[in-house]
Design a protein around this ligand. Sequence first.
Ligand SMILES: NC(=O)c1ccc[n+]([C@@H]2O[C@H](COP(=O)([O-])OP(=O)(O)OC[C@H]3O[C@@H](n4cnc5c(N)ncnc54)[C@H](OP(=O)(O)O)[C@@H]3O)[C@@H](O)[C@H]2O)c1
Length: 298
Amino acid sequence: MVKEVGMIGLGRMGMGMSQRLLKHKIRVVAYNRSSDKVNAIARKGAVGSSSVSDLISKLKSKRKVVWLMLPAGKVTDDMIKRLLKELGKGDIIINGANSLYKNAERHDKLCKQKGIVFFDIGVSGGTHGLKNGYTLMIGGNKKLFREIEPLCKALAPRKGYGYFGPAGSGHFVKSVHNIIEYVYLEGIAEGVELLDNFKHDIDLAKATEVWGPASVINSWLIDLTTKALRRKDFKKIKPDIGSVTIKELEETRKSVKGYAPAFGVAVKVRKDKSKKFTLGKRVIAAVRNEFGGHKVRK
Ligand SMILES: NC(=O)c1ccc[n+]([C@@H]2O[C@H](COP(=O)([O-])OP(=O)(O)OC[C@H]3O[C@@H](n4cnc5c(N)ncnc54)[C@H](OP(=O)(O)O)[C@@H]3O)[C@@H](O)[C@H]2O)c1
């Protein structure tokens, strides 16, 4: 069982995940395109590296494990191809990006040709994961999952990780999680707009706040909505929702011929650039900023 990992990508996710791994006594060798973040995590106890080759050379375990937290698509694809040239038989690549499950199947095939083991791990928890733990949805080789389980235990909250099946299963479960997230946020946004349309002045943040402790719709997203509505600059936030996963989530739904009308509406709203539903869209943008650090425009 491995007690060390090479982390590539020290953005909002990779940086927090590295810190949580270090806290749980996992040795982290880190690499990032911009070296300032490598220096920052090295100051917290990680082993910094100046290139992918340097990272691989600094991993000591018999079975090297490299975890990618990069944008899905070309950046991750290129990194996997690069790693395949440098890693050895039996080594492990984990992709934690939000990616279509079919990409994981493709990556798994490529890895298998080289005797390298691939896991797709969907990660949730956003910028709060460092403190609360990261939910992990895992796909890949079931037997070898044991090898990487110490990493999952360190990252996740109690009962917050699960193995779901062969390659692709982890990213599929994570995509469905994101589809639910779209629908939840759409529901909250519609509710806030309705409150705002009432003939009497309703304190929006007060409403979501009282829903927080015990109502049937209480949730972390409701709590974050209260926080977002109370931002001093809330009204300045542009109603632009910068989702990058829409295409991938739509493809996920189509691939299982899924009936998901609420998700369809949520997507339509996110794509809509008109002035309609401005408050609702602003709520979605602001709450995404609260949980994932996703940029808002002002
Ligand atoms: N934020 C969330 O709530 C969340 C939740 C779950 C999963 N994810 C997924 O996790 C992954 C990382 O997300 P994030 O929020 O951490 O993103 P982020 O903060 O934007 O960080 C992106 C990371 O990728 C690196 N990168 C970007 N373009 C690159 C390129 N062309 N070549 C090499 N490195 C490049 C960046 O390096 P630099 O520092 O040099 O720019 C940075 O380390 C994504 O796939 C995302 O979908 C995000």
